[in-house]
Design a protein around this ligand. Structure first.
Ligand SMILES: Cc1cc2nc3c(=O)[nH]c(=O)nc-3n(C[C@H](O)[C@H](O)[C@H](O)COP(=O)(O)O)c2cc1C
Length: 169
């Protein structure tokens, strides 16, 4: 934790479109004893229900899904370009089969709220789960999106998390 400073979310200077869609993030749920992490490039940040929130989207077949379901807190971690290959690895291998920490060199630590972040991250959003919901077929106005993204009907579950801390390094 020592390398990180807690900052107000309004001080985050990164462009959210670049941050999530292009640079990607790690969604990490569980505790230091037992956690899992996966890469994500779909996500949303903003203001909802009088809270600053981040929304992430996890398909049910991900190993991370079970950890997200069991966790009240979790993190979204963002990295410099030098960690791109680690994020590629965490986005193409499952924690069911491999030890992502051993393979990438990422070093986990417990955030003040009891979630898990990574020492090498440049920004960590610690989140408290406020709402979980499933994308539903009936909701698609643009049906083509549904057909393209969910041919197997494995709809993402989305988690609206109140950002409890933004940690910057
Ligand atoms: C760039 C990139 C973005 C991804 N974005 C998401 C996402 O937003 N939601 C999701 O469920 N999976 C996403 N994935 C796929 C998961 O990261 C991948 O299936 C991962 O291996 C799951 O790991 P796990 O089984 O240990 O949870 C993405 C993968 C990559 C490479």
């Amino acid at each position: 934790m020592t390398d990180f400073t807690e900052i107000p979310v309004t001080d985050i200077r990164s462009n959210p479109f670049r941050l999530i869609g292009q640079e990607w993030m790690l969604i990490t749920a569980g505790t230091l004893d037992a956690f899992n992490t996966m890469t994500a490039s779909w996500g949303t940040v903003g203001h909802l229900w009088e809270r600053d929130v981040a929304i992430c989207y996890v398909r049910p077949q991900r190993h991370t899904y079970g950890f997200m379901e069991r966790s009240g807190v979790y993190t979204l971690s963002f990295f410099d370009e030098t960690w791109r290959s680690a994020l590629e690895y965490c986005g193409s291998h499952s924690g069911r089969d491999v030890d992502k920490m051993a393979q990438t060199g990422l070093v986990p630590f417990a955030t003040p709220g009891g979630a898990v972040g990574f020492r090498q991250a440049r920004l960590i959003l610690e989140c408290r789960k406020v709402y979980a919901g499933d994308i539903a077929e009936a909701g698609f106005v643009e049906r083509g999106v549904m057909e393209k993204v969910y041919p197997g009907r494995d709809f993402h579950r989305f988690y609206v998390g109140e950002i409890t801390r933004a940690l910057s390094r």
